[in-house]
Design a protein around this ligand. Sequence first.
Ligand code: NDP
Length: 249
Amino acid sequence: MTFSPPLVEQVALVTGGSRGIGAAIVRRLARDGATVAFTYLNSAARAQALANEIVAAGGKAVAQRADSADIDALRSCIDRVAADHGRLDILVNSAGIGLMGLVDDYSPGDFDRMMAVNVRAPFFAAQGAARHMRRGGRIIVIGSAAADRAAFAGNSVYAASKGAVAAMVRGLALDLSARGITVNNLQPGPIATEANAASGAQLDAINAMMPVGRMGSVDEVAAMVAYLVGVEAAFVTGASLTIDGGLTA
Ligand code: NDP
């Protein structure tokens, strides 16, 4: 008997793959055999270092700068990946921002930026990627458990953006189901990344709030993505799957 990694010959694009959850997803999909292209906005050196690390380990990865807020840049990046590698099988939209603020202080500019990156980008990325996908294609958006529970003051616009992701994914799943492409929303709770860095008393407070007593890890989120992109997940579409240590239970 011979064994081969599950995603051999598949091509994946991960938006926001230079750091945090996205970087863990890039590593996991590459480890599972896929050729992984990933985007970043500012971290050129870190993105290149991640691509180099994967190539040195025998995998295939390439970093491309593309601002998710810029639809044309995102579309060109998707088309380039599909052209360079001859196919596109998997899209994971992980790029996202969390501009927190109480209602009295929140600016229209921050509101628009949040919606552009967290909601508009995954929609047009899905549109662009689906054009290249065959049956069996997989689209995943990293939403947030904040879609179901805002949890703290100052989170209203972020929660709204992730609630919109959950609703949008249901619609996209129906649009693309006849073409054999699944679309799912993965909703993490607090995960230790730079966007959600906590230490000392703040970390103690978060851990105390968590039913399982700790934040999640980026690798735990990536493992769930690995399931959703696999052939065994063909019957899962339009779903919002939560990974939050029981926070919204
Ligand atoms: P990080 O801030 O650690 O990383 C964000 C990544 O997205 C970076 O690679 C960043 O690139 C990229 N990025 C940000 N804005 C853009 C943009 N406009 N265009 C292209 N790339 C961009 O975030 P996390 O890993 O913590 O979060 C990833 C996703 O998970 C987000 O959608 C977030 O909302 C969601 N999430 C996170 C949770 C958490 O607790 N961490 C909980 C629930 C959901 P660069 O390095 O160049 O800046």
